[in-house]
Structures are given as C-alpha cells and as structure tokens.
Design a protein around this ligand. Structure first.
Ligand code: ATP
Length: 582
C-alpha cells in the first residue's frame, strides 16, 4: 500500500470524533490492505512501530527533527523554531515547510507503508555516539520523497506524537467489522453514521477478538491470526511466556461481609501486598522475562527477581503473577510501594539499586505451567501447583500468605494482621474462579481501609509565577470514560520545591518531555503520567469536562507502574460521589 493512502485515512480519522465513523473508516482500510500491510497499518495507526510492550525506542529528539527539517527543506533552524512555537507541533511544521519548499526537485519515488515502517524500525537498532547521522539519513530519505501530508505523519510517528484517536476498543471493533462483516450481518449507514448487526453474533466475535488480544497484547498479531484461519485460530491462541498478557484485575468490596457475598464461602483471603505487580515468564529456552502491569519489560531492572524464580520455581516453563515488595535491607522491615517505585524506570546503577532497595517476591497466581495454559483451571488448583513447584525462602521468594475460611471473625483478624505488617489490606478470592486476562471480574475482590484517593492522569500543566516560573507547578488531572479523558481537577499541593522524588523540578523535567502544545503559561501534555490524588470531597461542577470537581486535591504519589488504562473511571467517581452523600 502506498503511504499516502494511509495518511489520508489518518486525516479522516483525526477529523471525526465519532466512534462508529472511526470504526468504519478503519475497517474499510483493513479490508483493502494486503496481509503484510495489515500488520504495519495496525501499528502505525496507534502511533507505534512495534507492539505496545516492545521496549525498542526510536530515540530521536525534537531538536534533532528541527535540524533534519532544516537540512531537507533549506529553512534555517531559527525559522523552524519560530514556526514550531506558533504551530505547537513539529508534524504540522513539517507539513508547512515541505509544502512551501518549491525548489525541491519533485521526487518520483512513491513511499510505501512498508518502506516507512522499515526505516523507522531501523532507527531503533541505532544507539549511542556516532549513530545520529545514520538516524538523520534514514528519516531524511523518507522526508525527501514525502508529500506534505506524509511528512506530517512521519515526523509525528518519529516523535511519538501521532494520535488519531484510535483506542483499543475501536481497533478491536474495526477488526471484527473488517474480517467478520458477513458473519455479524453488518449494516452501516454512512449518512446517519449508525449501524445494525446481529447482536448475539457480534458480541461473540468481539469477545473472541478481545480475548485473543488479552493473551497477546498485539492487535497486529490478532489480525494475522484471523487472516490465516478465521475465528478458529483465535480460539486456539495459546499463551507464550515472553509475550506478556493483560493481568486480571479485582473489584472492590466494602468489607469482609461484602467480600463473602461477592466471592462465596469459603474463600481464600490473601495479604494485599503494597508493592509492584510483576508478571514473570520463563520460556522453553529458559529465558526469563519480567513485565509490569503496564507491560513494560523490567527484566533488567529486577535482576534478583530473575535469579529467585530461576532458583526457587521448579518448572521448565511458566507465567506467574506476583507482587514484589520492598524491604529495608538493614531492619528487614517491609516498605510501602513508594520507596521502591523508582526501580521501575531505573536504567543505570541497577545492581546498587537492588542492594539498596531489595524486594521480596510474593507469588499469588500462575497462568501457564509446563506448556499448559491454566487460565480455565479453578484458583484452588492453580494455587496447589504453585505450592508444589516453589521452594519458599523468606525475603526472596514466597507465596502470598493465605487463609481459607468461611468465618468472618477469623477473616477480620487476618485483615488486621496484614495491616499491622504494613500491607494494604486483603484480597478475597473465589476458590473456583478462573483467570480472566484483562478484566475486572468478580472472581476476586480487594478490601482496603477506606482512603479518599484516585489514580488519575495528568493532561495539562501550568508554569508557576514569580520565583516558581521555571517549574510546571499545577497539574490538571483526568479520569476516563470509554475512550475519552475527562478532567476532574487541578492539583498543586503536596509537592516540595526541593528533595528527592516528588518535587516541582522532577515533575517539570518529566512533563516537559511530554508537551504537545503550549499557550502562555498553559501546556497540554501527552496523557502518560499517572498520579494518585487525594481530596476532601467530590462536588458536581461545570468547570471540568467530567462534570465533577475534587475539593482540596493534593498529590499523594506518582504511579509509574500504572498507565492510562488503569486510571479511575467516571463511574468510579460517580460511585464515590454518591457514597459520600449517604
Ligand atoms: P490497587 O490500587 O488497590 O492496588 P489496582 O488497580 O492496582 O488496585 P486491582 O486489581 O484493583 O489493582 O487490585 C489488586 C492489586 O493488588 C493487584 O493489581 C496487585 O498489584 C495487588 N496485590 C497485592 N497482593 C495481591 C494478592 N495476594 N493477590 C492479587 N493481587 C494482589
């Protein structure tokens, strides 16, 4: 497929905010594409070149793009910088410059989707000094043949700012519309932008595609599987260690009584550890990989975890679900998540970090064991397997502490014991529950002492005034509703000017990288930083797009282990609002 055909679709997608219209446009594109192109298109439309969990990075800064645009178009750096601050986006700058650049010899070379993604992928292989020129060459090769619109999206893709509003749900539905339109009896009305389907069949195909996605975290792979053998292949899709799956999430219960109601009696209570959730896989070559809940590969960051599972888990292959809990190496006392959160992003001095902030691995589930998928096995059997194959060693690797009971008093005692150890509360799990990747099903619930905090994502920020004008000092935070982010408040308290982690300086450095637009003192940022926000009350308010506002919001901590997928929803806020009125 020619790249121009793809970017024209990007333009169309950018112009509509209607979910159904986006689904239709995307499904038509997928129908037209060849097998090879389908893989590429699905990555590119998400602004990526690899699956979400793949750590390879393009690694080109905005500054480098300015230099590159200057050498390709002949405009001076200063002119480009000026245009950039006016436009707020280098993709748009590339569009304008290439369009203006009349003296360019018109290239007869037509860019293909394949060529673009191949060059971008090559960028990820170049690292370190001396590679900058090679990187520039690879992108310059694309830009010299690019039409203005193509240049716009190449630049956005390189900088990671390509957003055409395709969230996971739309992509999943578009795949169903494209590949199973006959089966679901799809009828899309282009004028009214409404659709009609056989609901029962539609739900079945949507569920199948979603399930395959939860196991692979890669819509390109899902589309290719369908291409080969239709729906049958999707159902057969197995887990493979090394390819992370979406973890199962848990609902909330009010108290022990409520937990029994949801998960049944007797059930398994477990300590709810306050650490980092880690998914650990070992493949048939003995290779061990460690992923966070956001599916970031943190194998390098947790060398001791790799050693422990290798030594204390006796199985050729597995995928484990666990929580890594920090402890003080001197006093051996457990520490809260906050004190070890810095290990997730750490790229250097890893050994000394793991000595200063060691973790104990608490394993609480197993999804794959000796080439066998355990997702549909009851929880009690999965736990038995864990007990059989692990050798427990305190402060290294243990199984989550568990109590099976129907007795409320015993459970409450267990809950207190967990809090006394500095943990967050308890989990209550249905003994016959299966493992459902990616969903918040009621096979397990969490019970925590009530705290008024929400995990929200930062969408905007504001430069401070006077002495603080060099810092971004206030942050607008949002919850999610379907595929949209809705603002709920502006936070500026809870941070220090100086210190270790939670400072204005640290926040400014982090957010600066993510700025999409800048107007006066206000900046719009890529929604990536998840923050736990405390508040005293929720009020209805027309000020924010969610219709609610947090009173006295304050920063509790950053959650680098969370992504936009994990933040609180508008429904959570509505529920909390109703509860406080009682
Ligand atoms: P929270 O903010 O309460 O940790 P969450 O959104 O991260 O919630 P949930 O699925 O709602 O995730 O709650 C369960 C979380 O508790 C898991 O994500 C996991 O990180 C952690 N956890 C600690 N101990 C256990 C355990 N024994 N079993 C399951 N999860 C546990």
């Amino acid at each position: 497929m020619e790249y121009i055909d793809l970017v024209e679709v990007f333009e169309k997608l950018e112009k509509t905010s209607k979910r159904l219209e986006k689904t239709y446009i995307l499904s038509e594109l997928l129908k037209k594409a060849t097998k090879e192109d389908i893989e590429y298109i699905i990555y590119l439309v998400q602004g990526r070149i690899f699956p979400q969990w793949d750590q390879r990075e393009i690694g080109m800064s905005s500054k480098l793009i300015v230099k590159l645009l200057s050498s390709v178009t002949g405009s001076s750096n200063e002119d480009i910088e000026r245009l950039w601050s006016k436009e707020g986006d280098l993709g748009n700058v590339a569009f304008i410059l290439i369009q203006k650049n009349k003296q360019r010899t018109l290239s007869s070379y037509k860019l293909t989707v394949k060529k673009v993604i191949e060059n971008l992928r090559k960028l990820t292989e170049l690292e370190g000094i001396g590679t900058v020129n090679k990187k520039i060459q690879l992108v310059a090769e694309l830009l010299t043949s690019a039409k203005p619109l193509e240049a716009k999206f190449i630049v956005k893709n390189v900088l990671g700012t390509l957003r055409v509003g395709i969230a996971g749900g739309i992509l999943r539905d578009a795949i169903v519309w494209a590949f199973f339109d006959k089966e679901i009896e799809l009828n899309y009305d282009k004028e009214q932008k409404t659709f009609d389907v056989n609901r029962e069949k539609y739900n079945y195909y949507v569920d199948s595609v979603q399930r395959a996605y939860d196991m692979t975290n890669d819509f390109s792979k899902v589309a290719l599987l369908i291409g080969k053998n239709g729906i049958k292949n999707l159902e057969k899709e197995k887990l493979s260690p090394g390819n992370p799956i979406n973890v199962m999430l848990y609902q909330k219960a009010e108290d022990i009584e409520d937990a029994f109601k949801i998960v049944g009696k007797p059930c398994a209570f477990e300590f709810k550890y306050d650490g980092i959730r880690l998914q650990i896989g070992k493949d048939s070559n003995g290779k061990i990989t460690v992923f966070t809940r956001r599916l970031e590969d943190v194998t390098k960051q947790f060398p001791e975890v790799v050693l422990y599972v290798d030594k204390y888990v006796n199985s050729k292959t597995f995928i484990l679900d666990s929580e890594a809990v920090g402890y003080n190496p001197k006093t051996k006392k457990y520490l809260p998540f906050q004190s070890i959160s810095q290990r997730i992003k750490r790229k250097y001095d890893i050994k000394s970090m793991s000595e200063k902030f060691p973790v104990e691995l608490n394993i609480f589930d197993i999804m794959y064991y000796n080439e066998e998928v355990l997702l549909n096995k009851p929880f009690k059997e999965r736990r038995k397997i864990l007990e059989k194959i692990t050798k427990q060693e305190k402060l290294k690797l243990v199984l989550a502490k568990q109590l099976i009971t129907s007795d409320k008093k015993e459970a409450e005692k267990f809950f207190k014991e967990s809090l006394a150890q500095g943990e967050e509360g308890v989990m209550a799990k249905n003994l016959d529950g299966i493992y459902r990747p990616g969903s918040r099903v009621g096979y397990g619930v969490k019970i925590k002492p009530t705290a008024d905090t929400f995990d929200l994502v930062i969408v905007k920020a504001e430069w401070g005034e006077g002495k603080r004008s060099k810092w971004l000092t206030s942050y607008t935070v949002a919850c999610k509703h379907n595929d949209n982010l809705l603002e709920v408040g502006k936070v500026s308290t809870g941070l220090k000017e100086k210190g270790d982690e939670l400072t204005f300086d640290y926040m400014t450095k982090t957010l600066k990288e993510l700025i999409k637009e800048e107007k006066g003192r206000n900046v719009v940022v890529k929604p990536e930083i998840v923050m736990e926000v405390g508040y005293s009350e929720i009020q209805k308010s027309p000020t924010y797009s969610s219709g609610y506002a947090l009173r006295f919001p304050r920063v509790i901590q950053l959650r680098p282990d969370r992504s936009i997928k994990d933040i609180y929803t508008l429904d959570d806020i509505k529920i909390a609002y109703k509860k406080q009125k009682k």
